[in-house]
Design a protein around this ligand. Sequence first.
Ligand SMILES: NC(=O)c1ccc[n+]([C@@H]2O[C@H](COP(=O)([O-])OP(=O)(O)OC[C@H]3O[C@@H](n4cnc5c(N)ncnc54)[C@H](O)[C@@H]3O)[C@@H](O)[C@H]2O)c1
Length: 359
Amino acid sequence: MNVTVHVELGARSYPIHIAPGLLQQTERITAALGGRHVLLLSDANVAPLHAPAVRRALSRHRWSETVLPPGEGEKNLDRFGEVVRALAELGASRDATLIALGGGVIGDLGGFAAACWMRGIRLVQMPTTLLAMVDSSVGGKTAIDLPQGKNLVGAFHQPSAVLIDTDTLATLPDRELRAGLAEVVKYGAILDADFFAWLERHAEDLLAREPAALVEAIERSCRHKAAVVARDETEQGERALLNFGHTFGHALEAEQAFAGLRHGEAVAIGMVRAAWLSARLGLSADADTLRLVRLLQRLGLPTAPPPGLDPVRLLARMRLDKKNLSGALRLILWRGIGQAEIAEGVEEGQVLKAWSAAL
Ligand SMILES: NC(=O)c1ccc[n+]([C@@H]2O[C@H](COP(=O)([O-])OP(=O)(O)OC[C@H]3O[C@@H](n4cnc5c(N)ncnc54)[C@H](O)[C@@H]3O)[C@@H](O)[C@H]2O)c1
């Protein structure tokens, strides 16, 4: 169950290694490092569980460790300052490595610090949530949040390597595992009907954390992400397809001040709203929407927005989405299982109906 997926970006190409017990393989870790200096960044949930293996691999380096409190609220300017100050105290030179050991919060924040320190040092992503394994650790998007909005300050900075130890998922809370599965379903829904059907056959194995099923789901998701990123690194076109369900989902997250639904849960609901709208516009069949809803439900994910939210406010949130250009709504619509498209100038009235029909 040792798998490597390559992200082909010329001189900035990198491997994604996927295997149970990978962090116990010291030589895998040392091979990914650059010069003498290493900063190990993690959070207070992950470090006690998974940092000891990484520390053992650093004995021949000059290294230090920064452990932040967990949670999206820490992906901020103050914590960014803390990380770059830690690099300064370490005396990190241009060939230093920052290891981001944790979920997407640590990966995004650590990635942004690595992008900025001396205009860019080596970054090794060691994702420990399913969401980070299949999505945020691959592709080079890094960012921090401001009080005004999520991911507003950031940079593209590709990692030098991604080391996915699927054994780390054993300690992940159920809700976080399910949230990651929403992003896995997304790849099948928009790019790969075979993978979607495979997920329908293996939903229970994934929920039971069956190792071979997890490795296969992660590998297939990473292959899709790697291929899309290789063709469209900075989201000039095709990469936007990966935002299927996200504009609807972000509106839900923002309405709940990012303290309600997990990101993956909001994406699950968002995908269903996008599918509903696509069927209404004649782009996809209701039978496909039903299959999507059934799979998400079997994976323990929500498929309808929480009651009490206001469709007009949700629409207003969608107008503020970063993906919109010059005020027109830009959405990813569905062509049925395995296919999606970017739709410019979607009528607001239709989007409002997509919300009202579910609330
Ligand atoms: N850069 C990108 O392309 C991209 C893509 C998607 C999401 N994101 C970002 O990712 C973030 C969300 O990431 P996330 O869902 O991984 O959240 P997270 O980093 O907050 O992790 C979720 C929770 O799980 C805990 N945890 C992590 N690994 C664990 C483990 N193995 N065992 C026990 N507990 C563990 C964390 O401490 C945290 O409490 C958001 O900030 C989002 O904007 C970025």
